[in-house]
Ligand binder design. Structure first.
Ligand code: UD1
Ligand code: MG
Length: 447
């Protein structure tokens, strides 16, 4: 049966105090909305409509990039009103419809499927969870048969209702046609003068349809309304990523200090030392070792490679098998081939470092003249002396050597030595004579 979803993302997100729409704030480098879309797609939902405000151009652009459709909620009159705004876009759809808050970044495909499973039993379902601290979540009041009695929003709740710890997660499933009928019949007789989605089950009951309550864990459905909750969601995402990788056979000596991106791929038997940070787009193959305080983004690291301590891999860094990238080495848009080494204080940008080449301390590829980027090609087995400046475009042949301190502006042939620095001269006794001259001068002045 076909499945569609509405994601509610038109709210102002006032509590974020931000110029950026709430659902575009990121957890593990991915906007909140991106997390929700990914979970829905993973649950086999093929049609997704994101409800935005009229001003939400940035949200629409992002949503369309993910393959979703958009609907506009002209005025922010509440979650029920927001869901109803998707009616026209889904006019041709019949089947199961999910309605999901756009601010729950830890939601998983499994959780979504649970909600759908419960819906198939009664015709309507929502996700609920036992909250450690129920805060401002809507409270879920059950009937003796375990189905929903009603949801009461925190602002509308009286003392005894506020004491309830079973909370509404903000994810519902219903038959699409029926849902839009109920949503059209909502009113705003409540503390916030809003059309609450949470009143839909009441209207369903009038139609003889009970609302099933699917229980889920608190973390999977935590809602982000403030910066503190955003930080909390990030924390929980990281915990989940660490636990998953440990289970998959990754060694981490201090997992709490390692931070992952939403898309990080780390194979088994990778060793990660403390304080390693992953930006988006990183793949680390089995047998690699990431040493302390390294930062990686947009990079691939092959088996046997050692990165860091204190290394920085930027987008386009491809580190080959058994290669070493050491302390204070930055690599950008560069292929480091098998067994090559750059162990200290180096910048490699827009380059290829051939198999087994050795890059001495302080080597810089001068890849940018302020206008264009140029390429440096270093052959297999080449030896780049310490403090060499390679002025790109330039090619160093296989097995060539550059002398320490050279500024290399011309191509170097294979197996040649290139030295480009001032010649050393030596004047015997000059230093001693200099010192004596200076001393005599000082004495004459102090008299
Ligand atoms: C909502 C629920 C609450 C639940 C909680 C779970 C209602 C009335 N309350 O409260 O029961 O415990 O989520 O996190 O539904 N939005 C719109 N248009 C609007 C208002 C909101 O699109 O006019 C969107 C927001 O962008 C957001 C979602 O709906 O993604 C939820 O709105 P929010 O203001 O965060 O509701 P909560 O107060 O968290
Ligand atoms: Mg919320």
């Amino acid at each position: 049966m076909s499945k569609a979803a509405i994601i509610l993302a038109a709210g102002q997100g006032t509590r974020m105090k931000s110029a950026l729409p709430k659902v575009l704030h990121k957890v593990a480098g991915l906007p909140l909305l991106g997390h929700v879309v990914a979970a829905l797609k993973g649950a086999g939902v093929d049609r997704i409509v994101v409800v935005t405000s009229a001003a939400g151009e940035a949200v629409r652009t992002y949503a369309k990039g993910l393959g979703a459709q958009c609907a506009i909620q002209q005025e922010q009159l509440g979650t029920g009103h927001a869901a109803a705004s998707a009616r026209d876009v889904l006019a041709d759809f019949s089947g199961s419809l999910l309605i999901v808050n756009g601010d729950m970044p830890l939601v998983t495909s499994e959780t979504i499927l649970e909600c759908l499973k419960s819906q198939s039993r009664t015709g309507l379902a929502l996700l609920a969870f036992e909250a450690e601290d129920p805060g401002a979540y809507g409270r879920v009041l059950l009937r003796p048969d375990g189905h929903l009695n009603r949801i009461v929003e925190f602002k509308d709740a009286v003392g005894s209702e506020r004491a309830v710890t079973l909370c509404n997660a903000g994810c519902y499933a219903a038959d699409s046609q029926k849902f839009f009928r109920w949503a059209a019949a909502l009113n705003n007789n409540n503390a916030q003068k809003e059309y609450y989605l949470t009143d839909v089950p009441h209207l369903a009951r009038i139609d003889g349809i009970a609302c099933a309550v699917a229980l889920t864990d608190e973390v999977s459905v935590l809602g982000v309304n403030s910066r503190a909750e955003l930080a909390h969601a990030e924390d929980k995402f990281q915990d989940r990523a660490r636990a998953r990788l440990l289970k998959d056979g990754v060694t981490m000596t201090a997992p709490q200090t390692v931070f992952f991106s939403h898309d990080t791929v780390v194979e088994n038997d990778v060793e990660i030392e403390p304080f390693v940070v992953f930006g988006p787009g990183v793949t680390v193959k089995s047998g690699a070792r990431l040493r302390s305080h390294s930062h990686l983004e947009g990079a691939t690291v092959a088996g046997g490679a050692i990165i860091g301590p204190f290394a920085r891999l930027r987008p386009g860094a491809q580190i080959g098998e058994d290669a070493h990238i050491g302390n204070f080495v930055e690599v950008k848009n560069t292929v480091i081939e098998k067994g090559a080494k750059a162990n200290h204080l180096t910048y490699l940008g827009d380059a290829r470092v051939g198999e087994g080449a050795n890059i001495g301390a302080g080597t810089i590829t001068c890849n940018y003249d302020g206008f264009t980027k140029a390429k440096t090609d270093i052959g297999a087995g080449a030896f780049i002396g310490s403090d060499t400046a390679l002025v790109a475009p330039v090619t160093i042949g296989d097995g060539a050597i550059t002398g320490a301190g050279s500024v290399i502006t011309k191509d170097v042939a294979a197996d040649a030595l290139a030295v480009a620095r001032g010649k050393q001269i030596e004047i015997p006794g000059w230093a001693k004579a200099f010192r004596e001259r200076q001393k005599a001068k000082k004495q004459a002045e102090s008299k």
